[in-house]
Design a protein around this ligand. Structure first.
Ligand SMILES: [Zn+2]
Length: 256
C-alpha cells in the first residue's frame, strides 16, 4: 500500500516537472539572463505575469470580478456585443509582460513561441477544440516585406501545430495599408482599419460554413480583430472566435 502511494507520488512529481518544463521557457524571455537556474524566466518574473485562466467574460475574455460560472458575460459585452463569438487571451498586457510581447512583435524573437503556444492552448481550450480552421491577422504585404515576419502568423502556426488544427496563413489579406494603431483612440483605431481586410478568393471555400479561430498577438480595443471577423463573416464563416497572446485590461496600458 505504502509502495503504491510512493509510486503515485513519484508519478505526480514527474508530471509536475514535465508541466513546469512545458510552461516555463528554456531561456529568460524577460531579463535575458542566462543560466539563472532552470528556465531563466525566473520564478519572480513568471509570477508577475497575470495569466487569464480564472473567470473571464465569455465574449471578450476580460477578467470578471466574480465567477458567474461558465458563459458569464461582462457588462460592456451585454451593452455592446463584440462582432466575434468568444475571445480569450493567455495573459494581461501590462508593464510586467510588455517586454515579452514587444520582443516578439518588434524584434522578431522566436524563442518564446513554444511557450507562448502552450499558454495560448491553455487559455483557448474549447475555442481551439471546436475550431475547423485557424487564421492569423495579416500584415500588409509592404509591411511584411519590410519587417520580414508576421508574429501573428507565427503564433497561429504554433497553436495549429500543437493542436493539430488546420491553418491557412494567408486566408485574410489587407486590402490597403493602414497607419499603425499605436497611440490612436478607440474610435480612430476603428476608422483606421474599417474595410481594410478581405478573405482571398481561393480561401473562401475553406472559410465558408466553418468555425474559424482568428489569432493575433495583442487585443487592445479589438478594432483590427473586428474588421477581420467582419471579412471572415462576409466570406461565409459560420462562427469566428478570437485567441490572442495578451490583452489590454486597463485603458492606461494601451500604448502598443
Ligand atoms: Zn466582455
Amino acid at each position: 500500500m505504502a509502495r503504491d502511494m510512493d509510486h503515485e507520488r513519484r508519478a505526480a512529481k514527474a508530471f509536475l516537472r514535465q508541466a513546469a518544463d512545458f510552461i516555463w521557457p528554456p531561456r529568460s524571455l524577460v531579463s535575458r539572463d542566462r543560466g539563472a537556474g532552470k528556465g531563466p524566466l525566473s520564478p519572480a518574473e513568471f509570477s508577475r505575469i497575470r495569466f487569464l485562466d480564472g473567470a473571464v467574460c465569455d465574449r471578450c475574455g476580460m477578467p470578471l470580478g466574480v465567477d458567474t460560472g461558465a458563459g458569464g458575460v461582462c457588462a460592456a459585452c451585454i451593452a455592446r456585443p463584440p462582432r466575434w463569438n468568444r475571445a480569450r487571451a493567455a495573459f494581461v498586457y501590462d508593464p510586467q509582460s510588455r517586454r515579452l510581447v514587444l520582443d516578439l512583435k518588434r524584434s522578431g524573437r522566436r524563442d518564446g513561441l513554444a511557450t507562448f503556444g502552450s499558454w495560448m492552448m491553455r487559455a483557448g481550450g474549447a475555442l481551439i477544440v471546436e475550431a475547423d480552421l485557424i487564421v492569423p491577422v495579416p500584415l500588409h504585404y509592404v509591411r511584411l516585406a519590410g519587417r520580414g515576419f508576421n508574429q501573428s502568423a507565427w503564433l497561429a502556426r504554433t497553436v495549429a501545430r500543437l493542436s493539430g488544427t488546420p491553418m491557412r496563413v494567408d486566408a485574410l489579406k489587407r486590402t490597403r495599408r493602414t497607419p499603425t494603431q499605436g497611440g490612436l483612440s478607440a474610435r480612430a483605431r476603428k476608422r483606421n482599419v474599417a474595410g481594410a481586410f478581405e478573405v482571398r478568393k481561393r480561401s473562401v471555400p475553406f472559410v465558408a460554413g466553418k468555425r474559424v479561430l482568428l489569432v493575433d498577438d495583442v487585443l487592445t480595443t479589438g478594432a483590427t480583430l473586428s474588421a477581420c471577423v467582419r471579412a471572415l463573416k462576409q466570406a461565409g464563416a459560420h462562427e469566428v472566435d478570437v485567441l490572442v497572446l495578451a490583452r489590454v485590461v486597463r485603458e492606461t496600458d494601451v500604448t502598443i
